[in-house]
Design a protein around this ligand. Structure first.
Ligand code: NAG
Ligand code: NAG
Ligand code: NAG
Length: 652
């Protein structure tokens, strides 16, 4: 309440003080009362041609109304970057009655000060009575001031408000812009302001809503095509495998242009655009950077290097490139022969076997001993276990029983029988559990490959789709894992590199241990076309590029940024964006018949069994060689001994 009273006091004081000033009191009151509504939170930069006393007086009024401001009363260039990051708050106020007003405007034009988000308020005091002619302000067009706008870069993103005072306290508020460099000036009647009624606006719509009609302005765009034939299938949803992102973007651009009442022409390029060695950009990004085109026609990845070179629009396809592979069988990545039992069980089995071995050797020894006693006393009775039992006999009995093979040994004493029975029963139940488990394990797939380093260390072969962006990004990685994937797997030195067509990659995923990097929509489409039902199971994706969805791009500081941004949101709201997406991008195939498939076991699945056998054979060969050596040495020693003996003999 106190503040309000204070304001009124200050205002009334200001009223008296400004009477002698060349700025009309009513305009000052408009600046004080109208601008905070028209241009919310602002810092004012005023260029007015009044003397110093009046300048101080004006400053006092503005200060007492809590308006941040700086006032110049002689010609000085406007500085566009007074406050970093807060340019959107700057309101430049210029008195068009000043003799140097046009110079100020030209200077501002040359330093690009009319682009968003800067705001301009021009005022002019015209002491003529208003001729209301259906709100058409015909008289402006003959004015020399209005001519200047024909050459200024006041495009739809600019915010240039002209306030003209006519007789009394009636202020006419207008906005001025040009739809494009090709079109003339358009005056918008925004409303008026009087002391009595305050601000009366026609509407408070933002510029991008009011200035959508570009009057058939001709804009330029570019389409990226990796295959020249794409140009024949931009709208017919055929051949979805090549350039789907181009085919999705094309209708979107047409919708946007339709909404803006603009026409568009397309250039064709084969690259999205990357920075070249000398620092310039090629492809579509280069065209945007050089301002050859207004809007990029094909969505492109949001990557840090491009920020600040082009402006991204929130219109994207939910697609991307990933490594895709079928989950490999467990047996190919780990030794399934150890998996059926937990480590504790294996330890328990080992302990049990050692125990049985020990007991068995005791009981067999005892049995042999008893037998000898009996054979000595009793009549001839053919004994199966007639020779003296050794440790290796024992081991053989143990192993043959445990692996269900049967043996020559026949226990006939109660103690040995108990031990053998225990061994057989235990091995039977263990064997049943083991075989049941291994059948399950043979069929199961592994999901242990989850990250890129898993992929690098897996037995899977890797390949990548041969497109320009893959080749670019694959070379740009610096982190060890991705670098290793590219250098060791995709482009191994001295061997054939693994860049390939999508057809080859997808057919290799089907029946090999293979992961393929490519555009997921196209890969899934090809899978739907060429895979059997059970082959669609177990598909896994791993992200490698780590970029966001591809988005549309436009020039930096494009005058149409807001209009296009709004259009993009509308496309999404209306579902037009999804229409293209649904028709062009195939989603991951559904796995519907996993159980009906059977699994063939090949050498890869039995790999570890073969490895164990191989080591066994190697060991036997080595032992054989050692035995041979030992045997030879023995012979030599015996012969030497004999000859020694002879020598001794002869000398004797
Ligand atoms: C304003 O700037 C544009 C380009 O930014 C230029 O084409 C035009 O000639 C300039 N106008 C004046 C009056 O300098
Ligand atoms: C598009 O611009 C042309 C040329 O200015 C105009 O005749 C037409 O009415 C505009 N269309 C729409 C829908 O505004
Ligand atoms: C940079 O190199 C490209 C070719 O790679 C060339 O077209 C362009 O003119 C060069 N730009 C400069 C500034 O040297």
């Amino acid at each position: 309440m106190i503040i309000v009273v204070l304001c009124i006091l200050v205002l009334s004081r200001g009223h008296e003080a400004i009477a002698s000033s060349r700025i009309e009191d009513v305009i000052v009151r408009f600046i004080v009362n109208g601008t905070p509504i028209l241009f919310p939170p602002t810092r004012l930069f005023l260029q007015v041609c009044i003397d110093n006393d009046n300048t101080i007086e004006l400053s006092k009024i503005l200060s007492s109304n809590r308006l941040m401001h700086s006032i110049r009363n002689s010609y000085e260039e406007f500085d566009s970057r007074i406050y970093n990051n807060l340019e959107h708050r700057n309101l430049y106020v210029l008195n068009l009655d000043c003799s140097y007003a046009l110079d100020v405007l030209r200077q501002a034009n040359s330093t690009n000060m009319f682009v968003a988000p800067t705001k301009w308020l021009l005022f002019q005091d015209r002491n003529i009575s208003i001729v209301k002619n259906d709100n058409k302000l015909a008289f402006i067009y003959n004015d020399s001031i209005s001519k200047i706008f024909e050459t200024l870069a006041v495009y739809p993103d600019s915010d240039m408000v002209l306030v003209q005072r006519f007789n009394g306290d009636f202020l006419q508020i207008m906005s001025v812009y040009r739809p494009s460099p090709q079109r003339g000036v358009i005056w918008e009647d925004r409303g008026n302001w009087t002391i009595e009624n305050g601000l009366r606006m026609k509407n408070f719509d933002v510029a991008s809503a009011r200035r959508r009609n570009l009057q058939q302005t001709a804009l330029k765009s570019a389409l990226v095509m990796t295959d020249p034939n794409t140009i024949n299938h931009l709208t017919d949803f055929e051949d979805k495998l090549t350039d789907p992102v181009t085919k999705a973007g094309y209708p979107w651009i047409l919708h946007l242009m339709n909404r803006m009442n603009a026409t568009i022409s397309f250039e064709i390029t084969d690259s999205w655009g990357y920075r070249t060695e000398n620092g310039s950009w090629n492809g579509m990004i280069g065209m945007l950077e050089r301002r050859d085109i207004d809007i990029g026609g094909t969505a492109t990845f949001l990557v840090p290097e491009r920020l600040g070179v082009v402006q991204y629009i929130q219109l994207y396809t939910q697609t991307g490139s990933r490594f895709i592979f079928r989950r490999p069988l467990l047996s190919t990545v780990s030794n399934i022969f150890t998996l059926p039992f937990q480590r504790n069980v294996w330890i328990a089995i080992a302990v049990f076997l050692i125990l049985v071995f020990y007991l068995l050797s005791l009981s067999i020894k005892w049995e042999y001993h008893e037998n000898k006693e009996m054979t000595k006393s009793a009549i001839q009775w053919k004994q199966p276990n007639s020779s003296k039992p050794t440790a290796s006999d024992n081991l053989l009995i143990l192993l043959s029983a445990f692996v269900q093979q049967g043996s020559m040994y026949e226990p006939f004493r109660v103690s040995s029988r108990i031990i053998i029975l225990m061994l057989l029963l235990a091995s039977l139940s263990l064997y049943a559990a083991y075989t049941a488990n291994i059948v399950g394990l043979l069929q199961s797939t592994t999901d242990s490959i989850k990250t890129l380093s898993d992929l690098l260390n897996s037995p899977l072969k890797l390949g990548a789709m041969d497109v320009v962006y893959n080749r670019h990004y694959f070379k740009s990685f610096q982190d060890p894992v991705r670098k290793a994937i590219v250098e060791k797997r995709i482009e191994p030195k001295g061997r054939k590199s693994n860049w390939m067509s999508i057809e080859e990659g997808v057919s290799r995923i089907k029946d090999q241990l293979f992961a393929f990097h490519g555009e997921i929509g196209s890969i899934y489409q090809l899978m739907e076309d060429t895979y059997k039902e059970e082959e669609k199971c177990g598909l896994t994706e791993i992200d490698f590029l780590k970029v966001l969805y591809p988005l549309l791009v436009i020039q930096m500081q494009s005058p149409y940024l807001e209009i296009i941004k709004n259009g993009a949101l509308k496309l999404e709201e209306y579902g037009l964006k999804y229409r293209e997406e649904y028709r062009l991008y195939t989603r991951k195939p559904v796995c519907s018949s996993q159980t009906s498939s059977f699994i063939t076991i090949g050498i890869t699945e039995c790999y570890f069994a073969l490895v164990i056998m191989g080591y066994g054979i190697l060991l036997t060969v080595m032992i054989f060689a050692l035995e041979l050596l030992w045997h030879k040495k023995q012979k030599v020693r015996v012969r030497e001994g004999m000859s020694d003996a002879k020598i001794i003999d002869s000398s004797d």
